[in-house]
Design a protein around this ligand. Sequence first.
Ligand code: CDP
Length: 228
Amino acid sequence: MNKSAQLVVTLDGPAGSGKSTTAKEVARRLGFRHLDSGGLYRALTLALLEEGIPLTLWADLTDEDMNGLPVRVSSEDAEFLIEVAGRRVQAELRSPSVTAHVAFLASLPAARRRLLRLQHIAGEKGGLVADGRDMGSVVFPDADVKVYLVADLHERARRRLEESGISPSNVEVERESKVIAERDRQDSERELSPLREPSNAHLIDTTRLNFNEQVEEVVALVKASYTD
Ligand code: CDP
C-alpha cells in the first residue's frame, strides 16, 4: 500500500464551521474513511438521555458507567456507523436536546476517556479524515495534515439553519448565533481538550468560500503533503 493511503487528516473548528460535511466529502474524494468525532459525543449524550440519567448525576459517572452505555461504532467501507441501544442513529444525534447537552458531556473526563479509545482504534490503520474539536491537538497529534476551519459567527448560524431546510430571518439567525456562541464558549473554556487551533494547522476561513471551494482547499493540502 502506498504511504498516501495511510495518511491521517484532521479538521477541527467551532460549531457550524463546516467540518463534518467538508471532512466527509474530502474523505470520499481521497478514498479515505471519515470519522465524525462529534457524532460520538452526541451518541453518548443520547444514550444518557435515553437511560433517563438526571443531568445532575452525569459528572459523577465513573469509567465503568460510561463504558456500560450502549454506544457502539462499527466500520463500513467509507464510514463509521454509530449505534445507540442497538439501532443506527443519525438524525437523532442532531436533535435540540442532544445539542443542548453535548458540550457539558464533552467536558467530563470519563466521557472523553471512553471516546479516546474508540477514536484511536478507528485511526489505527490511517486512511482517515477525522473532524472535531481536538483531533489535531489531542487525539491524533501526529496527523499528517491538520486543518483548522473558522467562519464568521452569523454565517455559521445561517448555514446551520439552512441545513435544516429553512430560509432564516435575521431574528432567527441572531437567536441561533447566541446558541452557537454559548457552545463555542463551553468548548473553548473547558479544562480538558479545549477547542484550540493546533499549532501546526492550516487555517482556512470558510466565510466566503462555497462548499466545493473549501473541499478543494483541503484536498489540495493533502495532495501537497505527499507530493512535496
Ligand atoms: O457539528 P457541530 O460543530 O455542531 O458539533 P459536533 O462536531 O457534532 O460536536 C458536538 C459537540 O461535541 C461539541 O460542541 C463539543 O462539545 C463535543 N466535541 C468534543 O468535545 N470533541 C470533539 N472532538 C468533537 C466534539
